[in-house]
Ligand binder design. Sequence first.
Ligand SMILES: CC(C)(COP(=O)(O)OP(=O)(O)OC[C@H]1O[C@@H](n2cnc3c(N)ncnc32)[C@H](O)[C@@H]1OP(=O)(O)O)[C@@H](O)C(=O)NCCC(=O)NCCS
Length: 147
Amino acid sequence: MMPQDANIAGNVFGGTLLKMVDEIAYVTGTKHARTNIVTASLDKMTFLSPVHVGDFVTVKAKVNAVWRSSMEIGVRVEAEDPRIGGSRHTGSSYVTLVALDQDGRPSEVPELILEGPDDERRNREACGRRARRLEEKAADKTPLPGE
Ligand SMILES: CC(C)(COP(=O)(O)OP(=O)(O)OC[C@H]1O[C@@H](n2cnc3c(N)ncnc32)[C@H](O)[C@@H]1OP(=O)(O)O)[C@@H](O)C(=O)NCCC(=O)NCCS
């Protein structure tokens, strides 16, 4: 992390990490879908411990589940103080991305091959989160500015 990523006390902005989360999810989703994709939603992210200027940050991502046109990518952020080593978990989130065809309409994504019990567990949990997300979307009747 560089000085431009942080406030004047040297703490990295949450937005800097969120951008990395969105970008890694985009790359991971694109490698699966091999088409244009957009972020539909990003689940709540709690910042578990601070990240500082000079830390090495590793962002890991995995396709947890795919449905018709959407995919859930699980993202985990870890930071390492180079003087100490090791890594600490600083936050995780789940990003839903939607594949689009050439006309910008949602299009089918390839099937996901689950390899072992961890993949199966992640897939099961992702299905539960999707159900909650879609319920929340349906329930959100908050008018937009100008409505
Ligand atoms: C994402 C987007 C394409 C969805 O369009 P839509 O008209 O809601 O399309 P649909 O209702 O057909 O839904 C398409 C898929 O998105 C999923 N989806 C839509 N809104 C979602 C949300 N808020 N959270 C999770 N999934 C969502 C649907 O479940 C559906 O998935 P499925 O095909 O796998 O079942 C559209 O809202 C969009 O273009 N948003 C802007 C995306 C963008 O620009 N992102 C960058 C940041 S601004």
